[in-house]
Design a binder for this molecule. Structure first.
Ligand code: XMP
Length: 507
C-alpha cells in the first residue's frame, strides 16, 4: 500500500482517490499520527498544506524512518518541506502562483516524468516558492515562473513536485503518480472491487465468527452495501433495523422496505415518527435538532436491538471520508465546518463492538463494490440523504405539518429530475422549507405563505460542490407544480451558491 501523510491540504483526499483509481490501495493519515511503517508500505506521499514551511507553527514531521529508506514523493508543501529542512531555501514568491501553468523544461529520462510531454499543463497553488535546492537535488522540471517545479534527490528514491498532480487540470498528473506508484514503488495494480469483496468477506468471517450482528439501514448506498457484505459473510446472523424518524422523503419508508425484499438483510422496520416529533417540538437551533435526532435514533435502535438475543456487534456503513474528517476534527490539520458524521457517535452503554466494512472506501468505490455485489443500480444511484433528513431542511422548528408540506414539494422536485432524465447528472438534490412567508396572489385572493428553495449540486464527495445549471424550462415546470399542488407554498427560489463558501444543506 501507499501511505499519504496529510498536512491539511484541501486536495489530500484527491491524491488518495487518484491512487485508488490506479487500482492501488492507499491510506491517508494525519502527518502527526500515522501507523507504524511496516513492509506492507511500498511508498509515502507528503501532501500540500495551508501552512508555509516558514511558519513557526507549521506542521513538522520526523522523516528519519522514511526519507532515503523507501520511495517518497513530496507534493507542494511536501516538496517545499523536503527542500527547506534539508539545506535549501524557501521564500515568498514575488507573484502568488495559482492556476494553470505549462512546463517548459522536462527531464523525461527521469523515471518520475517518463512519458510526460515537454509543455505539459500543470496546476499550481502556492504562495511560497523554492528559491534554492540543497546540493545533490536535481531539478527535473521547470515552468517559466517556477524553476524548481519538480526535483529528484540523487541517490534516493525521493522525488518532489511543486504543482498538484492530483487535480484534473494537471493534464498528465495521473501519469506522474502512476510512474511513482508503479515504477518507483513497485506496486501492482490489482486492487479491484472483486478483490476487495473477497478480502472483506473473509476478514468479516474471521472477525465475527458465529456472533450476531445488528446493522442500522438508512436506505442509502453505504448502509446497503455494508449490509450485503455482512450478509455474505455471516448469513442469517445479521439483523437490520430501519427506523422511520418521520423525517424521511415522501413514501420512502415503504418503498425502501420493499426494495430490501429478497436481499437477505432480515430487515425490521420501526415506526418511531411520534417520538421524534415530540422531542423536536419547538426546537429551532440546528445543532440541537441534530443532537435530538441522533439521540432519539440511538434510543430506538437500542430498544430494538435488545430484542435480538445475544447480539455482539453493531454494523455501520461508515465510509472513508467520514473517518478522515473525524480524524481531522480530533487534532489533524484540516479545518472542519460541521460536525455531522456518524463516527464515534455510539454511547458506551450499548456495549456492542463496531464493525465497519466500508471504512476504507470512497463513495464511488462503494458504488463499484455494490455493483460487483449485484445490487440494483437504482438503489446504488440514489442521491445521498443526510441522517437527520428533512429535520435540517425545515429551517426553524419541525412540525408534522411542515414535514408534510416539504415532503410534497421534495417529491415533485425529485420525481421531476427523474422524469426529465436529470437525476443522474445531479449529485444531490432537495428542497429547503424557509422560515419566511411572502405575499402572493392566487385568483383574486391575496396569499401569505411559505417560500421553498430548491437545491441541486454537482460534487464527487460532498466536500466541494457547485450548483447545477438546471434548464429554465425544468425549473419553471417544477416551480409551477409546487405552487399549484402544495398547499402552503406560494413562492419557489433556486439556490445558486457553491460550496465553499456556502454548504450543501442550509443548516
Ligand atoms: P454540507 O451541508 O456540510 O453537507 O455541505 C455535506 C454532505 O453531508 C450531508 N450532511 C449530513 N449528513 N448528518 C448526515 O448524515 C448530518 O447532520 C449532515 N449534514 C449534512 C449533506 O446532505 C451533504 O451530502
Amino acid at each position: 500500500k501507499i501511505l499519504i501523510l496529510d498536512f491539511g491540504s484541501q486536495y489530500t483526499q484527491l491524491i488518495g482517490r487518484r491512487v485508488r483509481e490506479l487500482n492501488v490501495y492507499c491510506e491517508i493519515h494525519p502527518f502527526n499520527h500515522y501507523p507504524e511503517i511496516d513492509e506492507t508500505v511500498k511508498g509515502v506521499i507528503l501532501s500540500g498544506s495551508p501552512y508555509s514551511v516558514r511558519d513557526e507553527n507549521g506542521p513538522r514531521i520526523d522523516l528519519s524512518e522514511i526519507k532515503g529508506k523507501m520511495p517518497l514523493l513530496g507534493v507542494c508543501y511536501g516538496a517545499q518541506y523536503l527542500a527547506h529542512f534539508f539545506g535549501g531555501e524557501v521564500g515568498a514568491s514575488d507573484s502568488r502562483e495559482y492556476g494553470r501553468a505549462n512546463l517548459q523544461y522536462v527531464n523525461d529520462k527521469n523515471v518520475l516524468l517518463n512519458g510526460v510531454s515537454q509543455d505539459s499543463q500543470v496546476w499550481m497553488s502556492h504562495g511560497d516558492t523554492i528559491v534554492r535546492l540543497p546540493e545533490n537535488y536535481e531539478v527535473i522540471a521547470s515552468t517559466s515562473d517556477v524553476e524548481n517545479a519538480a526535483y529528484h534527490i540523487q541517490g534516493e528514491d525521493t522525488f518532489a513536485i511543486q504543482f498538484h498532480p492530483e487535480v484534473y487540470h494537471s493534464l498528465e498528473g495521473v501519469k506522474i503518480l502512476k510512474n511513482f506508484i508503479v515504477d518507483v514503488c513497485g506496486c501492482s495494480q490489482d486492487w479491484t472491487p472483486d478483490s476487495f469483496i473477497e478480502e472483506t468477506v473473509a476478514k468479516l468471517k474471521a472477525q465475527i465468527g458465529n456472533d450476531k450482528v445488528v446493522l442500522g439501514l438508512s436506505g442509502g448506498v453505504d448502509s446497503t452495501v455494508a449490509g450485503v457484505l455482512l450478509h455474505r459473510a455471516i448469513g442469517d446472523n445479521l439483523t437490520s433495523i430501519f427506523v422511520d424518524n418521520g423525517l424521511l422523503r415522501k413514501d420512502e419508508f415503504g418503498s425502501v422496505l420493499d426494495s430490501y425484499k429478497g436481499m437477505g438483510l432480515n430487515v425490521i422496520g420501526v415506526d418511531a415518527k411520534q417520538k421524534f416529533y415530540n422531542d423536536l417540538a419547538g426546537v429551532v437551533d440546528p445543532e440541537t435538532k441534530r443532537k435530538i435526532i441522533g439521540k432519539d435514533f440511538v434510543e430506538v435502535f437500542d430498544e430494538e436491538s435488545h430484542k435480538i438475543q445475544d447480539v455482539k456487534w453493531l454494523g455501520q456503513g461508515t465510509i472513508y471520508p467520514d473517518v478522515i474528517e473525524s480524524v481531522s476534527v480530533n487534532g489533524g490539520p484540516s479545518a472542519t465546518i460541521k460536525s455531522h458524521h456518524n463516527v464515534g457517535g455510539l454511547p458506551d452503554y450499548m456495549k456492542l463492538k463496531v464493525v465497519e466494512p466500508l471504512n476504507l472506501l470512497f463513495k464511488d468505490e462503494v458504488r463499484r463494490v455494490g455493483k460487483a455485489l449485484g445490487i440494483d443500480s437504482k438503489l446504488l444511484g440514489r442521491h445521498p440523504f443526510p441522517g437527520p433528513g428533512l429535520g435540517i431542511r425545515i429551517l426553524s422548528d419541525v412540525t408534522p405539518e411542515k414535514v408534510r408540506i416539504l415532503q410534497e414539494a421534495d417529491a415533485i422536485f425529485i420525481n421531476g429530475l427523474r422524469e426529465w432524465g436529470l437525476y443522474d447528472d445531479v449529485w444531490q438534490a432537495g428542497v429547503m422549507l424557509l422560515p419566511v412567508q411572502s405575499v402572493g396572489v392566487m385568483g383574486d385572493e391575496r396569499t401569505y405563505e411559505n417560500v421553498v428553495a430548491l437545491r441541486a449540486v454537482a460534487s464527487t464527495d460532498g466536500m466541494t460542490a457547485d450548483w447545477v445549471h438546471l434548464p429554465y424550462d425544468f425549473l419553471a415546470k417544477v416551480s409551477n407544480d409546487i405552487i399549484n399542488k402544495v398547499r402552503g407554498i406560494n413562492r419557489v427560489v433556486y439556490d445558486i451558491s457553491s460550496k465553499p463558501p456556502a454548504t450543501i444543506e442550509w443548516e
